[in-house]
Design a protein around this ligand. Structure first.
Ligand code: SF4
Length: 702
């Protein structure tokens, strides 16, 4: 592989939502040296194991390098003509809602923007959803309910400034390792900082924890409703903030009154003493950050969990000030960028609302679009159900592998097998999902792509290319734009990623008059050279002069919420009813330290694969004894959806009554280890996010 450049290129990591800056230096022999960017405000030179191994995963052995039709190499012209014709036919014969896109938080903002514009403004459907639905849809719902918009109120530096950091449903040490390193360093420098981890498992994050609350699955709503009750009783609320900036406190406080410590204990499986200690710590700590991630979001009560957490911060006015606030950390490198362009089936674009006629008219006029989607599209689980029952006639999957990663992934296989026309644009030739593609389109990979991503603290960073696209691979945005033109649509004549970013930035400010704080209108009008040189920057960016600022931006210290009256909303949340579990365990799935999603990239690094070589089921010793399982036995993990066969790992770290299995393994790396086949499709009724932490399973020795 020839290096396209021999100088060091500043770019951004391809993996998690921390969004670390990377220095990539290609050598003439084709190798690429990787280092952390000391000037990037997310990581200041740090990288985790995955980020530092990026150079080991750039080989071409597994790449898709040429379009294919029916498994046979084809020209781009033939492949794109076919995609355009089949999508146009489906729309003409069955209407706009008969087609769908399923995208990925791995795509760049520019890719997302073009796909979203094509589907919502030109095809006229909102059937565009992404694997971000599996990641943070509940956080989006919670933010919108409380704040009036999907806004993360704080910055990474707040973790370092806090007196108390609460991590709930977040194994930060493995899933956001550099952010964890920053937190660990802050705690080492200031040992009086308290860290509380709330998680059914004793994870690696507990290494720096002062307390670990091994909560029962889905106990979070009860815990944080109980905390609100304790805050009221102890007089720890900020009445002035509540009165000036919020609505609904009395209802939320009244609903919380019955949630005594004893009741919290009954609902969460925690001890009264440890609950009381946590509440007391929260009451007396002024600077509190509560971090939440998939353990909160991937739940039938995910949205309520988010709002129960936010309620406690609103009640104490601990939001938007240094070292304070609720903080959702996103899984993927560009989940936030996807949200900015509206790349979910219930969003529009630039944080405007699909359900708002004025917003729809504004976006349609800006795009000069022939139509605009006027109702929410299908969310991920429903989308594949609609493929399975024949409502979707043409489906385009870009940059993701739902046959492995989706909830109840056996249903995805059945759906794809029945779908009349499936397009897969991919970097890797033989993923479990690509096997179902009628047309495969070779996409540019990390190191070749050019665009922007937005991390968990809303910081926009450039991904810059340092390798030429191999074979016939092309950027995703160019593929979507080419299909749009072939479908007869105008407004897709982009030549560069910079043009697309400019359009996106202008749309974020159109008719805005500075009233939307997620605006990046100040980044419009960049020249190609300015776009190329763009330094990492947090939104909002309202004016050109903001571009050079290196501030840490926060929201809501003085109110200014996005509901029409400027006030935040308390949300009354009900703890879910605990399910009975006779003879069953609660399956919890999640990530490991050294692998990413379905291993298509990290599986290429021997170093990363050496960390944990095979999939496993982590079991409490008493559960193992009850099921007759011994250490290192092969076990079947079974549900009505399907089964996986993995190695037993027996440990006190695992809570009694639950079992953890990592999400990563595909058929290529472990033929029977695909846990997505076991997970159920239950989901949060508001966010549509699958409850991937609570499938009921049985286990049996293999
Ligand atoms: Fe990449 Fe996340 Fe690791 Fe940073 S913490 S190097 S963004 S995987």
């Amino acid at each position: 592989q020839a290096a396209a450049a021999t100088k060091t290129v500043r770019t951004t990591c391809a993996y998690c939502g921390v969004g670390c800056g990377v220095l990539a230096t290609p050598a003439v022999d084709g190798s690429v040296a990787i280092a952390g960017d000391p000037d990037h405000p997310a990581n200041f030179g740090r990288l985790c194991s995955k980020g530092s191994a990026l150079g080991e995963t750039l080989g071409l052995e597994e790449r898709l390098l040429q379009p294919q039709i029916g498994g046979v190499p084809a020209t781009w012209d033939r492949a794109l003509d076919m995609v355009a014709a089949r999508f146009s036919e489906a729309v003409a014969d069955h209407g706009p809602d008969s087609v769908a896109f399923y995208l990925s938080g791995q795509l760049l903002t520019e890719d997302y923007y073009v796909a979203n514009k094509l589907m919502k403004g030109f095809i006229g459907s909102a059937n565009i959803d992404t694997n971000s639905r599996l990641c943070m849809a509940s956080a989006v719902t919670g933010h919108k309910r409380a704040f009036g918009a999907d806004t993360v109120p704080g910055s990474y530096v707040d973790l370092e400034m806090a007196d108390l950091v609460v991590l709930t449903g977040s194994n930060l040490a493995w899933c956001h390792p550099v952010l964890f390193q920053r937190l660990a360093a802050a705690k080492a420098a200031r040992p009086q900082m308290q860290v509380v981890v709330i998680d059914p498992r004793r994870t690696a994050t507990c290494e720096i924890a002062d307390a670990h609350l091994a909560i029962a699955a889905d106990g979070d709503v009860a815990l944080f409703v109980g905390l609100l009750n304790a805050l009221v009783k102890e007089g720890a609320i900020d009445r002035d903030y509540i009165e000036r900036h919020t609505l609904g406190f009395s209802d939320a406080a009244r609903a919380a009154q019955t949630m005594s410590v004893r009741k919290v204990a009954a609902e969460t499986g925690l001890g009264e003493a440890e609950i009381g200690d946590f509440f007391e710590l929260f009451v007396r700590s002024e600077r509190v950050v509560t971090i939440y991630s998939q353990g909160v979001n991937q739940s039938c009560s995910g949205s309520d969990k988010v709002n129960a957490i936010i309620n406690c911060h609103l009640a104490t006015g601990r939001i938007g000030r240094p070292g304070m606030g609720p903080f959702s950390v996103t899984g993927q490198p560009n989940a936030m960028g996807g949200r900015e362009v509206g790349g979910l089936s219930n969003m529009l674009a630039a944080h405007m609302a699909l359900e708002d006629a004025a917003d729809r008219a504004r976006v349609q006029a800006f795009w000069r679009a022939p139509r605009i989607a006027d109702h929410a599209g299908l969310k991920a689980v429903e989308l594949f159900d609609a493929v399975a029952d024949g409502r979707i006639k043409a489906l385009w999957i870009a940059g993701t592998n739902p046959v492995v990663s989706m909830a109840r992934s056996g249903q995805v296989e059945r759906a794809l097998a029945r779908c009349p026309f499936v397009v897969v644009s991919e970097v890797i030739a033989k993923t479990d999902t690509a096997a179902f593609g009628d047309v495969l389109l070779p996409a540019a990979a990390w190191g070749e792509k050019n665009g922007t991503v937005t991390n968990s603290e809303r910081r926009i960073s450039r991904q810059r290319p340092f390798l030429a696209c191999p074979g016939e691979a092309r950027p995703d945005w160019a593929i979507f734009a080419d299909v749009a033109r072939r479908m007869g649509f105008e407004g897709f004549d982009y030549q560069t990623a910079a043009e697309i970013f400019d359009e996106h930035a202008r749309l974020s400010a159109v008719e805005n008059h500075g009233s939307r704080d997620f605006e990046i209108g100040g980044l419009s009008g960049l020249t190609e050279a300015e776009y190329d040189a763009l330094a990492p920057i947090q939104w909002p960016v309202r004016a050109r002069r903001d571009r050079q600022e290196t501030r840490d931006s926060r929201f809501f210290a003085e109110g200014g919420f996005f509901h029409s009256d400027g006030r935040a909303r308390f949300v009354v949340t009900d703890p879910p009813v605990a399910a009975t579990l006779a003879g069953k365990l609660v399956l919890n799935t999640g990530r490991l330290r050294d692998h990413w999603h379905t291993m298509t990239r990290t599986g290429l690094s021997a170093r990363l694969s050496a960390h944990i070589a095979e999939p496993f089921a982590e079991l409490n010793p008493r559960d193992a004894a009850n099921f007759g399982i011994k250490e290192a036995d092969l076990v079947r993990v079974m549900s009505p959806q399907g089964e996986a066969i993995v190695r037993a790992l027996i440990t006190e770290r695992q809570r009694l009554g639950s079992v953890f299995v990592p999400m990563h393994w595909t058929r290529r790396f472990a033929p029977s280890g695909r846990i997505g086949a076991v997970t159920h499709a239950a989901r949060d009724p508001l966010s549509g996010q699958p409850a991937l932490k609570t499938t009921k399973v049985t286990i049996k020795r293999f």
